[in-house]
Design a protein around this ligand. Structure first.
Ligand code: ZN
Length: 508
C-alpha cells in the first residue's frame, strides 16, 4: 500500500494506491475515478520502470486507487503508482500504510518532475500522522514548510527504489521560515510619490480598512505608482493567512514566487487583455486565477475601461463572496479570493477630463467612457478619488515625503483596532461589515449623524452607497483612534464618495 495525495481546490486528501499482479492476459488496469492524465500514466510508468533497469514479467497488473469516490487528477500519481507496481513485483518492500507520502510525475526515462499543490499535500499528510515525504527535488522546499515531516527529495525513480531498499536519500533540512521569508519590502515606496495629499490619504484609508479604491485621472498622475505603493503599507499576513496563501500559490505551481516574501501581502496587476480563465481561475485541471493569487492583498486593474465589460461583471460575485466557485464536470472547485480591488482609469477617452481646456471629448463621449464601468461594479467600490496631474509645486517641494514604513505603522494600528472589535464575529475588517453590523459597530456623534442624513437627502444615495459611507467613516475614525465616528470623519468620508457625482458632474 503506497500513500499519496490528491488536491481539490486548495485542500488535499490522502489517497492509497495498491497494485495486484496475477497470471492471465498481460494488461495494465487502473480503477478508482481517474482523470485522463492519471490514465495516461500507464505508458510513462512502464517505460520509466524499464529504464530504471527492471523488466516486469508479462502479467496482469491491476492498480487500485482509493477512496474510490474521490476523483484523482494531475500527474503526481505517477510515482506512487509505479511504486505500487514495483511493490507487487517484490522489487521494493511493502510499505506501512500511512508512514511515507509519495508524490511525483515521472518522465519516460524515469526522472521525477515537480507537481502542483505540494504544500496542501504536506499539510494533509501532517494531519493524517504521516511522518515522511518523498518527492521531486524542485518541490522539497515547499514540503519542508511543514516542520513535522522528514522530506526526501529524489531526482529519479531509481533513487526512490534504492531509498526504499535501504540506501536512504539525504533528508532535506528544514528551512527557517522566519529568516528567509520576513522581507516585507515592496518595489515602490510612498516616499517616491510627491505631493498628492488626497491620493496618499485615500491609499492609507483603503489599506487600513481593506476598502476597494478607484482612482480617476489623467495619465501621468501617479495612479499606477500609488497602487503599487499600497502593497507596501499593508500589515504582514498572520500565520494562518500566510499558510492559506502559500497553499494557493503551491496549487498554482507558483510557490517559488512567494517563498522569499511569505508574509507579504500579494500585489497582482493583470493586463487588460487577461483571459477569463487567467483572471478568475479555471482550466481542464482547474487552477486559481489572479483574483485568488491576490487573496488577502491587492488586485490592481489599470486602465479599467480597457477591460472587457463582461469580464469585469464577473468580478461582482467574488467581490461579494470573497471566494470563487468554478463549476466543472468533475465537481465544484472553490478558491479563496478576498482581495482589495484597486483600479485606475482616465475620466474620458482623451484622458484630460476634467481639464476642459485640453479635453477634446464631447459630453456624450465622456458619458460613454464612464458608462464602460457598470453601476453594480462601482457600487462595490468604497473609495473613489480624482487624481489630478502632479503640480509643479509638488515636484519642486523640498518637504520630505512620508515613507511607507511610517504609514504602515498607522495602518497596522487601525487593523489591530478592527481585530479587537470584530473578535468572535468572523469579520476581518471594516469593509467586510454587513449592513446589520453597522449600527452595532459604528456609533456616531450627533454631528456625524446630521452630516450623513444631509448627504443622503442631497445626493440621493442608494442604500449601498449609504452603508459604504459609514464603513469608510469607521475606518477614518479608527485611524484617529476614535471609538465614536465624529463629524470630521464623516465629512472626510464624503470626499471619497464614488463616481456618483464626482465624474458625472462638472457640466457633463
Ligand atoms: Zn477628453
Amino acid at each position: 500500500m503506497i500513500s499519496t495525495a490528491s488536491v481539490h481546490g486548495i485542500a488535499s486528501m490522502i489517497i492509497q494506491v495498491e497494485a495486484d499482479v496475477s497470471n492471465g492476459m498481460p494488461s495494465f488496469e487502473m480503477v478508482g475515478v481517474l482523470s485522463s492524465e492519471v490514465r495516461e500514466a500507464k505508458e510513462r510508468i512502464r517505460a520509466a520502470i524499464r529504464n530504471a533497469g527492471y523488466l516486469l514479467p508479462p502479467k496482469r497488473i491491476t492498480v487500485n486507487l482509493c477512496p474510490a469516490d474521490v476523483r484523482k487528477s494531475g500527474a503526481g500519481f505517477d510515482l506512487p503508482i509505479a511504486l505500487a507496481v514495483l511493490c507487487a513485483h517484490g522489487i521494493v518492500p511493502p510499505q506501512k500504510p500511512g508512514h511515507t507520502l509519495f508524490v511525483g510525475e515521472i518522465t519516460l526515462n524515469g526522472a521525477l518532475r515537480p507537481v502542483r499543490g505540494v504544500l496542501p499535500m504536506a499539510l494533509a499528510a501532517r494531519q493524517a500522522g504521516i511522518r515522511a515525504f518523498v518527492l521531486p527535488v524542485e518541490n522539497a522546499r515547499e514540503a519542508a514548510f511543514v516542520k513535522e515531516l522528514a522530506v526526501y527529495p529524489a531526482a529519479d525513480l531509481s533513487s526512490v527504489i534504492k531509498h526504499l531498499n535501504g540506501q536512504t536519500l539525504p533528508e532535506f533540512t528544514t528551512i527557517n521560515i522566519e529568516e528567509t521569508a520576513s522581507d516585507l519590502s515592496a518595489g515602490v515606496d510612498f516616499s517616491q510619490i510627491s505631493g498628492q495629499y488626497t491620493l496618499r490619504r485615500a491609499c492609507e484609508i483603503a489599506a487600513s480598512g481593506m476598502h476597494n479604491l478607484l482612482m480617476v485621472g489623467p495619465p501621468g498622475a501617479g495612479k499606477t505608482l500609488a497602487a503599487q505603493a499600497i502593497a507596501s503599507i499593508l500589515p504582514p499576513l498572520n500565520e494562518e493567512e500566510m499558510l492559506e496563501l502559500a497553499g494557493i500559490y503551491s496549487v498554482s505551481g507558483l510557490f517559488a514566487e512567494r517563498k522569499k516574501q511569505l508574509y507579504r501581502r500579494p500585489f497582482r496587476s493583470p493586463h487588460n487583455s487577461v483571459t477569463k480563465m487567467a483572471l478568475l481561475g479555471g482550466g481542464r485541471i482547474p487552477r486559481p486565477g489572479e483574483i485568488s493569487l491576490a487573496h488577502k492583498g491587492i488586485l490592481f486593474l489599470d486602465e479599467l475601461t480597457e477591460f472587457e465589460r463582461p469580464l469585469l461583471e464577473q468580478l461582482r460575485q467574488p467581490l461579494e463572496e470573497r471566494q470563487i466557485r468554478l463549476v466543472r464536470q468533475a465537481g465544484t472547485y472553490c478558491y479563496p479570493a478576498e482581495f482589495v480591488l484597486v483600479a485606475a482609469m482616465n475620466a474620458c477617452g482623451c484622458g484630460n477630463f476634467p481639464d476642459r481646456e485640453k479635453c477634446t471629448c464631447t459630453p456624450r463621449q465622456i458619458r460613454q467612457h464612464l458608462g464602460k464601468i457598470s453601476r453594480p461594479l462601482l457600487d462595490r467600490v468604497d473609495l473613489t478619488i480624482e487624481v489630478p496631474k502632479v503640480t509643479m509645486a509638488d515636484l519642486l517641494s523640498h518637504s520630505e515625503n512620508e515613507s511607507s514604513e511610517q504609514i504602515r505603522q498607522r495602518v497596522i494600528r487601525a487593523h489591530e483596532i478592527q481585530r479587537k472589535r470584530f473578535a468572535g464575529f468572523k469579520i476581518s475588517c471594516n469593509s467586510r461589515m454587513r449592513a446589520e453590523f453597522l449600527r452595532r459597530f459604528c456609533p456616531m456623534s450627533e454631528g456625524a449623524r446630521k452630516c450623513l442624513a444631509e448627504a443622503y437627502e442631497e445626493l440621493d444615495l442608494s442604500a449601498r452607497a449609504y452603508h459604504r459611507l459609514i464603513r469608510v467613516a469607521r475606518t477614518i475614525a479608527d485611524l484617529d483612534a476614535c471609538e465614536e465616528i465624529l463629524e470630521r470623519h464623516m465629512t472626510e468620508a464624503l470626499l471619497y464618495r464614488s463616481m456618483d457625482e464626482a465624474a458625472y458632474r462638472s457640466g457633463v
